[in-house]
Design a protein around this ligand. Sequence first.
Ligand SMILES: NC(=O)c1ccc[n+]([C@@H]2O[C@H](COP(=O)([O-])OP(=O)(O)OC[C@H]3O[C@@H](n4cnc5c(N)ncnc54)[C@H](O)[C@@H]3O)[C@@H](O)[C@H]2O)c1
Length: 316
Amino acid sequence: MTPIPVFGAAAVEAAVPPERAVEVVREAFLAYARGEWTMPPKVYVPAYPAGDFRAMPALGGGHALLKWVTSFPGNPAVGLPTVTGLVLLSDASNGMPQAVLDAGAVTALRTGAAAVLAAESLGREDAGVAGVIGAGVNGRAVARTFVARGRAVMVWDVDAGRAEETAAEVGARVAESRENALATDLVATVTPGHEIIIGPGSLRAGQHVSLMGADGPGKAEIAVEELGRVRVFCDDWEQASHNGELVHAAEAGAIGRADVTQLGDVLAGSASGRESPDDITVFDSTGLAIQDLAIALEAYGRFEAGELTEAPTIEL
Ligand SMILES: NC(=O)c1ccc[n+]([C@@H]2O[C@H](COP(=O)([O-])OP(=O)(O)OC[C@H]3O[C@@H](n4cnc5c(N)ncnc54)[C@H](O)[C@@H]3O)[C@@H](O)[C@H]2O)c1
């Protein structure tokens, strides 16, 4: 049996810097938009009120992937991460397992990449500072990715200590208030989705928001009324209209499929993105397995090329 590398969080981070994550996640959105990569719907396995599990498969580039990942919002209070689990990568020509990766690290990298990719693709060309609301594990990844792309970032969190830690770690600054962070050109919300962050009428002409936190049932970061007032984009309509931010607006009849554009279609040039400097653009991310596949393939490729020594191997 060929030895299988196991990428812990540090090995994933060493293998895929944030700026490279943006590039490979962009390619994944394009491959998915072209129908070359496929992704059966994410399966939620509720274990409420504690949290939920998600099984996320994808196929592309000659490989198959399964991410078994969680969202347990109360975990940080007992010193455990909200998001954790494993990613399995297999050879799609013979089914053989090829790599095991830490799902938290893969998720953070590709979530940061998607938030920034959407902001760069849909935000105004002259956009300045980015504001990240929610400075937990994935908010930190979003802030880190913005910084890696050369952007000035301010972060805000209900937990001031968390905001300070994140700002110091990634090279951002702490916003004076939530309102200051919300007034930036490129906003990213990465909260647990228990509270509406973007209220009715709060966004101004020209702003972009990447809504990253509300990726499952019962969560929302934007008011339904505000979604009806802006140009709405998402990662994948099927997934986002059933389990993301848009489900509330879709159920209320406020928006339908024709009102929402998938990011991959904008990147591929088959749909328009921002049409005017005054457009308000909003990107709803639920997190796609094809994004995870992009990160896993990049890490595995570097291991195969002998460029990484951090990953121990196992034999089954
Ligand atoms: N879209 C995606 O692809 C994707 C990927 C990963 C995680 N998520 C979701 O993002 C959310 C955050 O995940 P995480 O792993 O960063 O969690 P986390 O627990 O590490 O961080 C959440 C942070 O939000 C802060 N917060 C809570 N309420 C807030 C509020 N009202 N305003 C500002 N900050 C607030 C908390 O203090 C904490 O620092 C979860 O809902 C998770 O399911 C989405």
